[in-house]
Design a protein around this ligand. Structure first.
Ligand code: AMP
Ligand code: ZN
Length: 119
């Protein structure tokens, strides 16, 4: 069922603490942890605790939780000291766009110059 934990999902396993992660923030509905392969000095992933395959699916099914993810991303940017210098929130969607984990997640990237358009 949509939203239920998926046995084969890496991020559901992180939520269940079956796989360790460096957690930076947690709320009732979200978990944020450092990306294992950081692409910037600040690179944090914010995930909903419910399983949806991508950000648009999450927003369609549970818009309040999608809003929670965005609010947490902003709090993390502030806590990491990149809110003023600028940061990027990225939702890769689909394998052609580089999505490799099909549990919705926001990348929060900052602490270096960020080119536009991204590669
Ligand atoms: P995406 O490619 O947009 O689906 O993002 C998935 C992200 O998850 C990548 O940036 C990976 O580096 C990151 N990642 C994969 N495994 C882990 C893990 N065990 N802990 C933290 N981040 C991970
Ligand atoms: Zn999942």
């Amino acid at each position: 069922m949509a939203g239920e934990p998926q046995a084969d999902c890496l991020f559901c396993k992180i939520i269940a603490k079956e796989i360790p992660a460096t957690v930076v923030r947690e709320s009732e509905t979200t978990l944020a942890f450092r990306d294992i392969n950081p692409q910037a000095p600040t690179h944090v992933l914010v995930i909903p605790k419910v399983h949806h395959p991508d950000a648009a699916s999450l927003a369609a099914a549970e818009p309040q939780i999608a809003a929670d993810v965005l609010r947490e991303a902003g709090e993390i940017a502030f806590e990491e000291g990149v809110a003023e210098s600028g940061y990027r929130i990225v939702f890769n969607t689909g394998s052609g766009a580089g999505q490799t984990v099909f549990h919705a997640h926001a990348h929060v990237l900052g602490g270096r110059g960020l080119n536009w358009p991204p590669g």
